[in-house]
Design a protein around this ligand. Structure first.
Ligand code: NDP
Length: 328
């Protein structure tokens, strides 16, 4: 039985990846900062909370990381823990940068000292590319980084640490450069989750409006449960490498909101309000990727178009709301 450690198991991707690895017969150990595990509701929702062992580890403490490696001796580590919000990173730049880089350094150094055969996945991000000129779209793995947020900068640093341990010490490390991926289990403060949840509550008569920031941005949105499959595939290759994981399609936020409201039979103009406080000091205008390397080398499949994705997210959100209501 293979053993995998997932850091950030209480988050969106951690929960879906844990579910996938359990289906594949892994023993899964999840690391969390918390000890009350209130936030482990995602594992409960997916029905896997009794099948994973969740333990509290401070990833900023090198001794704690080493103790954890010695205690569990995993075959694979999926490093998903991070302060993952671009918006929050402008409010808390020190915490974002220090946690998102130091945790990665401690894990890599722990692997190097304890057992170089442990395979390591790093959750890199499309935000590392930052402002991209139109001639460089769609984004491929080879494009130079120019991050424009503390989050993007922290992820770029962590990315290069991971590449460095591969090149300097021969560790099996792979970075998944993931574009935005969504699900009902996404954090409440992320825009797509907020739009869909609020639109459903407007439909149910619970709230009256949706406040939004910059509607002109265009993004490459995908479905989180499909994206975690690529993480696992990256650690099953003969040669480690870094891969862009994205849908390859681009949609503006305005178009996305339009489709959500149309699918729920709501008139957008009656409910959507622009809130200047939600505008960022610096925002990417348009960003989308090219997933052909992942498709060719990993055999990763992604076929969902944006309309299907939105319908699926609405359905999943309605199911989650029903589940939460049944628990009250
Ligand atoms: P989430 O925010 O849902 O989960 C991240 C987890 O990291 C949290 O559950 C939290 O768990 C843990 N964490 C550890 N330290 C901190 C900290 N200082 N602040 C906040 N959380 C912390 O992220 P996702 O599951 O969506 O993403 C997984 C990884 O993939 C992250 O590294 C993210 O940056 C990256 N990524 C995500 C994308 C997306 O579209 N979702 C796109 C590209 C990259 P706990 O509190 O239990 O420790």
């Amino acid at each position: 039985m293979k053993k995998a450690i997932i850091t950030g198991i209480t988050g969106q991707d951690g929960a879906y990846l844990a579910q996938l690895l359990i289906q594949k017969g892994y023993k899964v150990i999840g690391l969390s900062r918390q000890n009350d595990l209130q936030s482990a509701y995602r594992l409960v929702y997916l029905g896997i909370d009794q099948q994973v062992e969740v333990t509290q580890v401070d990833l900023t403490n090198p001794r704690a990381v080493m103790d954890c490696l010695e205690a569990y001796h995993p075959d694979e580590i999926y490093n998903l823990a991070a302060q993952s919000s671009v918006g929050q990173s402008f409010k808390f730049p020190q915490e974002t940068f220090s946690f998102n880089t130091l945790s990665v350094m401690n894990l890599l150094e722990g692997i190097r000292q304890f057992d170089k055969n442990i395979r390591f996945y790093q959750a890199s991000s499309s935000e590392m590319f930052g402002s991209v000129s139109l001639k460089n779209l769609p984004i491929r793995e080879s494009l130079l980084f120019h991050p424009v947020s503390p989050y993007g900068i922290s992820k770029a640093s962590a990315h290069w640490l991971t590449v460095n341990y591969r090149e300097a010490y021969g560790l099996f490390t792979a970075c998944g450069i993931l574009f935005n991926h969504e699900s009902s289990l996404r954090g409440e403060n992320f825009v797509v989750k907020k739009i869909i949840n609020t639109a459903i509550r407007i439909k149910n008569g619970e709230v009256k409006e949706l406040n939004v920031g910059n509607l002109a941005i265009s993004r490459d949105w995908g479905y989180a449960p499909k994206y975690v499959e690529a993480m696992w595939l990256m650690l099953q290759q003969n040669i480690p490498a870094d891969y862009v994981i994205c849908s390859g399609q681009v949609t503006s936020l305005l178009e996305l909101i339009n489709q959500v409201f149309n699918k729920l039979d709501l008139d957008l103009r009656s409910y959507v309000r622009l809130d200047p406080q939600l505008l960022r000091s610096l925002d990417l205008a348009i960003i989308y990727g090219d997933n052909s390397k992942a498709k060719q080398e990993l055999g990763w499949e992604y076929e969902m178009d944006i309309s299907y994705l939105i319908s699926r997210l609405i359905q999943d959100e309605e199911d989650l709301i029903k589940w939460k209501t049944s628990k009250i």
